[in-house]
Design a protein around this ligand. Structure first.
Ligand code: MG
Length: 386
């Protein structure tokens, strides 16, 4: 009898996906990579499949199907293409946990399918909750499915809240590294390039999230993610800049006590915690933290003038409905344009704010409303860039 838990890794070729496969390989007696999904990185997907021999792989881009199929012809690995196949495979009874590590809005459909099928979800795709937190939360109320955060800050909140009562929470204190432009004077931001933004001081991450970190949109997303994961209103979620990224986040309780979770800034740590849930810490021989190496842990208030997307995110959280979805859609378009050198750094927030101003508000969106809001917001944001 095989007691290993089958893991579906959506976005296996990205930064979180690759690190998830590291953790699966670290505990071969506990986990098996059962499904690997990539969008375009066919070569790496093939390499991963040959190494881990999952039940199936899905390549998002149809044009790459034949290449992947041919490369895996000598194995038993099944090969599929397209979003429909992902949404179907995650519902298979063999699947225990779905790690959602794809980028952006594209994570929504398969996450909803996995919740519908009652799977454990290790949520790395924060955009899912930013876009459709209300809908996901409603679905979870009637599903045996659970969301375990992979985001390091949310893993920290989760750990701080073990054994605590919800009504005892005073506030969530979300730490932020401050990104590569923490010390850049505001007047220089107009001329920074994608290359400058991609030099993140602490965390090694994919390109999209690294730009989100540079604009602090990422922290705005994480604030909204925390609101839905822990049922705490945005007014009670405070962002604190902590450049060393050792305190991964904190919770303040109503008696004045503050609990923090600390660790090295290494995504293996929160992934290991999320895959161990419920209840099991997975022992590791990887390097542990020596607190004396970090004698100076500093904390400061974020600069909302320099990073106006923090205001945008709080305002979007307050309005709710489809506004966070619109914000996310415009951000995806603007970040892609910035990475291609088509727009400047400050055009990212301008594109997002103009798209939100233009969008029509839907207070209680259905799934179809989110799909439509995402589409029209992307089209509008694209029209601003050309
Ligand atoms: Mg994070």
């Amino acid at each position: 009898m095989d007691y290993r838990r089958n893991i579906a890794v959506l976005g296996s070729t990205g930064s979180i996906g690759r690190q998830t496969l590291d953790i699966i390989a670290e505990y071969p007696e506990k986990f098996k990579a059962w499904l690997l999904v990539a969008n375009n990185s066919a070569d790496l997907l093939i390499e991963q499949a040959l190494k881990t021999l999952p039940y199936a792989v899905v390549i998002g881009n149809d044009n790459l199907y034949q290449k992947v199929k041919d490369a895996l012809a000598t194995t038993d690995v099944k090969v599929y293409a397209g979003a429909k196949a992902i949404a179907e495979l995650v519902t298979y009874p063999e699947v225990d946990t779905v790690v959602t590590a794809m980028v952006g809005y594209s994570g929504l459909e398969s996450t909803i399918a996995a919740i519908g099928a009652g799977k454990k979800i290790a949520l790395a795709n924060k955009e899912t909750l930013v876009v459709a937190g209300e809908l996901i939360t409603r679905m979870l109320e009637t599903s045996p499915s659970v969301l375990y955060p992979v985001d390091s800050e949310h893993g920290a909140f989760y750990q701080c809240l073990v054994g605590e009562r919800h009504e005892d929470i005073e506030k969530l204190i979300l730490t932020a590294s401050g990104g590569p432009f923490r010390n850049t004077p505001i007047e220089q931001l107009a001329s920074v390039t994608a290359g400058d933004a991609l030099k993140h001081p602490n965390w090694s991450m994919g390109a999209k999230i690294t730009i989100d970190s540079a604009t602090m949109m990422n922290k705005g997303f994480e604030m909204i993610e925390a609101k839905w994961l822990f049922g705490v209103e945005s007014e009670r979620i405070e962002i604190v800049v902590h450049p060393q990224s050792i305190v991964h986040s904190m919770v303040e309780f109503k008696d004045g006590s503050v609990k923090a979770q600390l660790g090295l800034p290494d995504m293996h740590l929160p992934i290991r915690y999320a895959l161990g849930l419920p209840g099991n810490r997975l022992a590791t021989s990887e390097r542990k933290m020596t607190l004396c190496d970090y004698a100076n842990l500093t904390f400061e208030k974020p600069d909302f003038n320099k990073f106006p997307l923090l205001n945008t995110a709080y305002e979007a959280a307050r309005r709710g409905g489809n506004i966070p979805c619109v914000m996310n859609a415009a951000n995806e378009i603007a970040v892609a344009a910035f990475l291609k050198g088509k727009i400047g750094f400050n055009d990212i927030y301008k594109t997002i704010n103009r798209t939100i101003d233009w969008a029509s508000f839907i207070e209680v969106p259905t799934y179809e409303d989110y799909v439509e809001s995402n589409k029209v917001a992307r089209d509008f944001a694209t029209s601003l860039i050309k």
